[in-house]
Design a protein around this ligand. Structure first.
Ligand code: DGL
Length: 290
């Protein structure tokens, strides 16, 4: 394996949400090394505006390149992708770069009722990038678009609390109450004509409240998220660039391949890494990215 192939892939999000993408990346690319950065000191991005999110995205890209010599970058955040991916691409032409956007095109292949719900941050769903995507598909389905202010932040906060008691009402938790409020505002969910039968999770945090969303929409609504397609796209880019890591003898499950960094409190990242990825606390550390 060449030196370049051995370098890590950088992955970042405003917080712990991008761990859902990291989970898919680790499963699809078992020989790769990863450096994940949660910008939790500056989360949430969703309600902060493009200038702020763009500046954070540039600072983090520079930090991951300079301090960790990443060979590729996955922007595991819909909001940062919408605000800044074009600029990052333009200023780092040689860097294989993967961004995320709400998977409304794949949802078209799934919906039977022709009503597709899309939830995400205000930043993502009011962006020009998303507006263009939506406009290009608007004739093929009815999209019910719902910004979920505060939900990503509530998911960050929920990590430090014990998992909700089985059988408790959804609205009993802060995250559950927000899910309930936003889904109710979207109309009826189900598979009957006129109901929303497909829900696009347009923020990487939201998969971590999938059980609450499921309890609210019922068993037959399809959830569409982006982890696996993003992992496939990352593999394609690495192959094309000749940067895909090859087996090095270490077991594919070796946790030392993954480093988790946060600009916020390390305990929150540790709890999320353990709960959602089964990774030990010593993978995690706090760093400063001014
Ligand atoms: N997880 C992020 C996304 O996919 C952003 C959440 C936030 O910081 O508001 O958009």
């Amino acid at each position: 394996m060449t030196e370049a192939q051995q370098l890590p892939i950088g992955v970042f999000d405003s917080g712990v949400g991008g761990l859902s993408v990291l989970r898919a990346l680790r499963a699809a690319l078992p020989h790769e090394r990863f450096v994940y950065l949660a910008d939790s000191a500056h989360a949430p991005y969703g309600e902060r505006g493009d200038a702020y999110v763009g500046a954070r995205t540039h600072a983090i890209t520079r930090y991951l390149l300079e301090q960790h010599h990443i060979k590729a970058l996955v922007v595991a955040c819909n909001t940062a992708t919408a605000a800044a991916i074009h600029e990052v691409r333009a200023s780092h032409l040689d860097l294989p770069l993967v961004g995320l956007e709400p998977a409304i095109k794949p949802a078209l292949a799934v919906t039977r009722t022709g009503r597709v719900g899309v939830i995400g941050t205000r930043g993502t769903l009011t962006s020009a990038k998303f507006g263009k995507l939506l406009g290009s598909l608007a004739e093929q389905a009815q999209f019910v678009v719902q910004p979920c202010d505060g939900l990503a932040h509530a998911i960050e906060r929920s990590v430090a609390r014990p998992a909700p008691v089985l059988g408790a009402p959804v609205g009993a938790t802060e995250t559950g109450a927000l899910c309930e409020r936003y889904l109710q505002a979207m109309g009826d969910f189900g598979t009957a004509p006129g109901q929303i039968d497909t829900l696009v999770l347009g923020c990487t945090h939201y998969i971590f409240v999938a059980h609450e969303l499921r309890a609210l929409v019922g068993p037959h609504v399809q959830f569409i998220e982006t982890g696996e397609p993003v992992a496939r796209q990352t593999r394609r880019l690495l192959e094309t660039a000749g940067l895909l890591a090859t087996p090095d003898g270490a077991p594919a499950t070796d946790v030392s391949r993954t480093r988790l960094l946060t600009t916020g409190p390390v305990a929150m990242l540790q709890a999320a890494a353990e709960r959602w990825l089964g990774l030990p606390a010593d993978c995690c550390e706090t760093v400063s990215v001014p």
